[in-house]
Design a protein around this ligand. Sequence first.
Ligand SMILES: [Zn+2]
Ligand SMILES: [Zn+2]
Length: 285
Amino acid sequence: MGEEGIIGTMRLSEFWDYVPGNPLKPPVEMAWTYMTDNYTRFQIATLGSVLVHMLSYYLISTPSILCQFLPFMQRFKIQNDKPETAKNQWKCVKLLLMSQLFIQLPIICASYLYCEMFSIPFEWDKMPAWYVLLAQFYACLVIEDTWHYFLHRALHDKRIYKYIHKVHHNFQAPFGMVAEYAHPAETMILGMGTMWGILLMGNHLAFLWGWMVVRLLETIDVHSGYDIPMSPLHLLPFYGGARFHDFHHMNFNGNYSSTFTWWDKIFGTDRQYKDYIKEKTDKKD
Ligand SMILES: [Zn+2]
Ligand SMILES: [Zn+2]
């Protein structure tokens, strides 16, 4: 039995020899090592994190901005009776820049203190395996979604709605950049959902940056205003997607989750959405 076990193990290890290597690994390793060799931990944790956040935010938002100029993409627009306007987009960018400068910048810079306090490694050699990172990202999404569901639902309470969350609902038909368009208090309250994963699982700078990009991908996708069927995000089990959150902006009630559909299903807060979808399908038939 012991021999069989050894043969089995050898075969498995030999199997990996035949799997082609990731062609992106050498250049990424070179760039990462250059960064850790030439910049201080302070520079990487502050300037590096700010750059990763800003570049990711605007790069990920770009496709949905371009979609409005591409006629063939209009079939995927969810509320196609409400086209985007330059006036709305400019209004959004102005508040976004203020929020990113005065609220998010200090929070991101504080990540240096967190990295020092918990001795978060930055070295390439200490980077967790890709499958560990993927599992961590999924766990982070689950934690964030749970936090978001309950706190977001609380922000809709009639007694406080007009003071904080009303700002995010300024756009009834959202577009990608709306993702972070919110009152500073909301950025702090709901942003805490993103922080929990870092506080609970932070084990490398690559995880912190990777999670930041994954979270931006998710939130910009659900605010994009376009439901693109071939989006790989639809492969995530129970992913709500753009149509799910777009309904929340259109209807103001229900669909409180950020990423998954289970909390709304459990508490029945997706009822109006289900009725709306049923009505639309019946009309088509
Ligand atoms: Zn809301
Ligand atoms: Zn929203």
